[in-house]
Design a protein around this ligand. Structure first.
Ligand code: HPA
Length: 269
């Protein structure tokens, strides 16, 4: 990615003064963060060459440039999922674009299924690590020795500590744990869920991991937060559906948006 890529050029033309240093990607239920973006300039993804054309209900497809606290931010409302077309590189160009604009930190959010009884639907988890059992990587085909990127502390310990401190200050319980990525779009079988629990995973979801790999490759620090919208398959009587995910997500939306805004404001660059 050069600074002259069409999406970077378009953003420079639309927002010549913008110098965001923190990027955020909003998953289901996290959209209310945009209400905390000051002096916002909203740019639709279809105006940005290579940005995803959203296909999932609940993902609107806009880039918000503005400020949260003292930080300039670039917030992606809507992401591309690998399950849409099998391509795990769908977020490569947007993330490279935000990196080229100056973003050094990526704050990711998602909706996930809980694998632990004490993490009830509606609660939050900060990722300490992830598992990628499908072993799909957005770096396949990348050149150079940088492609062999370390995934140790992929979720930045200092950013995780900030998230915990802010959540405690807000009186919001923040669990921490390991996120296991499934390609989807089907939910897991109960047998898969038993296997993931046995492996030591704490939550399961269909996003975030490709973006973390891309962001680490691009030298960005990563923080990722899950909103647990349900107990994973077989762990409760409730039947799973996207509508159920969205309804739990929206019920928690105001709280999680404001905690997320406080976490972003507290990040030290
Ligand atoms: N599994 C996978 N992805 C999800 C889930 C789940 O149970 N809930 C929300 N996203």
């Amino acid at each position: 990615m050069t600074n002259a890529s069409p999406a970077v050029q378009q953003l420079r033309a639309r927002a010549p003064q913008a110098q965001p240093r923190i990027a955020s990607v909003l998953g289901s239920g996290w959209g209310s963060l945009t209400g905390h973006v000051r002096d916002a300039l909203r740019i639709r993804y279809d105006e940005l060459p290579g940005f995803p054309q959203a296909t999932v209900l609940g993902h609107s497809g806009e880039l918000w440039l503005g400020r949260i606290g003292a930080h300039e931010v670039a917030v992606m409302s809507g992401r591309k999922h690998a399950y849409e077309n099998g391509d795990v590189k769908g977020m490569q160009l947007p993330l490279q674009t935000l990196r080229a604009l100056g973003c050094e930190v990526l704050v990711q959010t998602n909706a996930a299924g809980s694998l632990r009884a004490e993490m009830a639907p509606g609660s939050l988890m900060v990722l300490t690590d992830h598992m990628n059992p499908s072993q799909r990587s957005p770096l396949v085909g990348a050149g150079g020795s940088e492609r062999f990127v370390s995934m140790v502390d992929a979720y930045d310990p200092d950013l995780r500590a900030i998230a915990h401190a802010v959540a405690a200050r807000c009186g919001v319980e923040l669990h921490e744990g390991v996120y296991v990525w499934t390609l989807g779009p089907q939910f897991e079988t109960p047998a898969e869920v038993r296997m993931f629990r046995h492996w030591g995973a704490d939550a399961v979801g269909m996003s975030t991991v490709p973006e973390t790999i891309l962001a680490r490759h691009a030298g960005m620090r990563v923080l990722a937060l899950s909103l647990l919208t349900n107990m994973a398959a077989g762990l409760s009587e409730e039947s799973l559906s996207h509508a159920h995910t969205l309804s739990t997500a929206y019920a928690a939306s105001d709280v999680v948006g404001s905690v997320l805004a406080d976490i972003i404001a507290a990040i030290e660059l």
